[in-house]
Design a protein around this ligand. Structure first.
Ligand SMILES: [Zn+2]
Length: 636
């Protein structure tokens, strides 16, 4: 492990300036009162662990350093937010409504019914969800779960469901599982096909390979960190459509409002009995993430603002809770908060489109837009999660896509070629590194990481460039008010110095989500693994018969594309008979053909065709290089 860098004078001065900046209302302690109100129990154990004793959630590691004034290595505004996210444990929001906060990236909310509990958003993994249930049972009482509500389709709000109920609880009708329309489809779209491309980016954004501490991860904006463990999935039993509606569950009314925004499908839930409004992830105590830097399609900012605006119709609401951070208490406070959150999104949206209509390109717009003082001074619109800079690029992309309209950028050289040519014009890598060192000394860290990125693209093993780039990324990380930017910069510094993480085990196991896919969907994940070059000229058809669900599909390889359809093809070259979980493992590349057959799968017909297919499939690495630009396959 490398010795952590010290903050430079520029970084320290920037933090001192932030402390004096009138935009920050340091005297306002309202959030500290809201974040701590109603605490019933704060667990004293050092960590939450999985069944094998591995830590999935740190307590002690964060508590060891999260107190007092901001260290010189953390932006003071982010430090304040990290202190607030460290209020954790079981809270009484109001009589009959409880939350476990700070024991996961997300919040779980419990609503008492006549004889049990409704669980809104069962966290990310089984381990943290079961931990939260135990806190509830121990301190409030053991009663059955009568319903689970998924507020939206992101895994930090459903992945722990099997720590709360079993599959059988749902299929037998004992427990309702309530979700917005399109829920399963979007879960699979977002967590399915694109998941393999997201893991490394996700680890950057959430600092998953950084140690908690003043020179590492301090927060993620939404919560302290994202937990490890097992992500699970149970299909909804009750769907709330775009018209919303009231459901009475075991004596308690739940008013649902369909509210896409932060997620492509989502809903708000108002509990009239407790005058409490749950707004999913459409509002939290930091700026929205219209685009998320882990990678996702940009969200529809207008739709999002509209969902927040429509929530003002719940005029009686006295408490607002959401999927992350702490509640808002008080009727006028709730209304003001909702209106300001709406205005934050609309301002970003409208000003981006205004500048776009003058012909400005995304990087210009990102540098130009600032909130008016009335919004900038609001703690809950500070950019701890989203930033104005990356959101406005997302909004541009939502309307106009990645291309800025300038034909000079229409077909750029790939980055390695571009870098080599640029360096040649600039007098070579060593000259550039020497100039970059001067700019580092002058505090121009944004420029330094840009120009050294060219050197690293051209010469991935240029040690001096990597070390200096790591130093500049570190100062950008220390200086970032945004938690996800800090995590990304510090992760880049780590990769530049130490290479990729040694572990090949992903921090969370998503296998259960893949198991939840239809057979056809799962096979489409197989199509994504097909290496087009290896498949040139091959033609065959393979039937898939899934023994336990009696589903059947077939895959036709033609034009180096694997097309999957329902039903079997009587003229198929081969038929594979296997169980659903074996198919899931196979499409994920976790088992090969021999293991599949040892596990009971049977291949009928021309088995060589199945062997051919397996030989054409790529295996994706647990991590791919992000900052080091190491050569990939096929490159010389
Ligand atoms: Zn969330």
């Amino acid at each position: 492990m490398t010795e952590p860098d010290k903050p430079t004078n520029f970084t320290r001065q920037a933090h001192l300036a932030a402390c004096r900046d009138p935009v920050f209302d340091w005297e306002n302690r309202q959030d500290f009162e809201f974040a701590s109100r109603g605490l019933i129990h704060r667990p004293g154990d050092p960590a939450i662990t999985d069944s094998e004793g591995a830590v999935v959630w740190h307590h002690q590691a964060f508590e060891d350093f999260l107190h007092g004034d901001a260290p010189e290595t953390v932006h003071p505004s982010l430090w304040r937010h990290a202190l607030l996210d460290n209020f954790r444990g079981l809270f009484r929001v109001t009589d009959g409504v409880y939350q476990v906060r700070g024991e996961s990236l997300a919040n779980v909310t419990f609503v008492e019914t006549d004889g049990g509990y409704v669980v809104i958003d069962p966290l990310t993994t089984v381990e943290t969800a079961a931990y939260a249930m135990n806190l509830l049972y121990e301190h409030i009482g053991r009663r059955p779960v009568v319903a689970v509500v998924y507020s939206h389709s992101h895994s930090d709000h459903f992945g722990g469901v099997k720590g709360v109920i079993s599959e059988e609880d749902a299929s037998s009708g004992r427990v309702k599982v309530i979700a917005p329309e399109g829920f399963t489809e979007w879960v699979l779209k977002e967590q399915g096909l694109a998941a393999e491309g997201m893991a490394s980016r996700n680890s950057y954004m959430y600092g998953e390979n950084l140690a908690p501490g003043p020179t590492g991860i301090v927060d993620t904006g939404l919560g302290q960190a994202i937990e490890g463990g097992e992500v699970t999935f149970i299909e909804p039993t009750d769907i709330v459509g775009p018209q919303g509606g009231r459901l009475t569950v075991d004596g308690v009314d739940l008013d649902f409002m369909y509210a896409p925004g932060e997620a492509p499908t989502g809903m708000h839930c108002y509990i009239p009995k407790h005058r409490t409004l749950h707004v999913a992830d459409n509002c939290y105590m930091c700026l929205h993430n219209v685009y998320t830097i882990r990678g996702a399609f940009p969200r529809d900012a207008m739709q999002w603002a509209d969902s927040v605006a429509r929530s003002l119709h719940y005029e009686e609401a006295e408490i607002l809770v959401s999927g992350h951070n702490w509640p808002v208490f008080g009727r006028s406070g709730v209304r003001t908060f909702l209106a300001q959150q709406r205005d934050g999104i609309r301002y970003m949206h409208d000003q981006t489109l205004r500048l776009m209509s003058h012909g400005y390109v995304p990087s210009e717009i990102a540098d130009a837009i600032e909130f008016p003082p009335s919004l900038a001074r609001l703690w809950h619109l500070r950019g701890y999660y989203g930033t104005l800079k990356h959101n406005v690029r997302g909004i541009y992309d939502y309307y106009l896509g990645w291309y800025d309209g300038n034909p000079a950028t229409l077909d750029p050289l790939p980055p390695r070629d571009l870098a080599r040519k640029t360096l040649e014009y600039m007098g070579g890598a060593d000259t550039v590194v020497a100039r970059a060192r001067e700019d580092f000394e002058a505090g121009s860290y944004r420029w330094v990481v840009h120009v050294l990125d060219q050197v690293i693209w051209a010469f991935p093993d240029h040690e001096e460039a990597r070390e200096l780039a790591a130093a500049a990324h570190t100062q950008l990380g220390y200086g970032a008010e945004n938690a996800t930017w800090r995590n990304a910069y510090l992760s880049a510094a780590q990769e530049l110095r130490e290479g990729l993480p040694a572990t090949t085990k992903p921090p969370r196991n998503l296998r259960d989500v893949t198991r939840g896919m239809s057979v056809l969907m799962a096979l489409n994940a197989l199509s994504v693994r097909l290496n087009g070059s290896k498949a040139v000229g091959a033609r065959f058809v393979i039937n898939w018969r899934v023994s336990d669900s009696e589903e059947a599909c077939h895959s036709e390889l033609t034009n180096a594309v694997l097309i999957n359809r329902g039903g079997t093809d009587p003229d198929a070259d081969a038929t594979v008979e296997l169980c659903r979980s074996a198919l899931g493992s196979f499409v994920l590349g976790e088992v090969d053909l021999a293991e599949l057959e040892r596990g009971g799968a049977r291949i009928l017909g021309d088995a060589r065709r199945v062997t051919d297919l397996v030989a054409m499939l790529d295996h994706f690495p647990a991590w791919f290089p992000v900052a080091t630009h190491d050569r990939k396959f096929g490159e010389c």
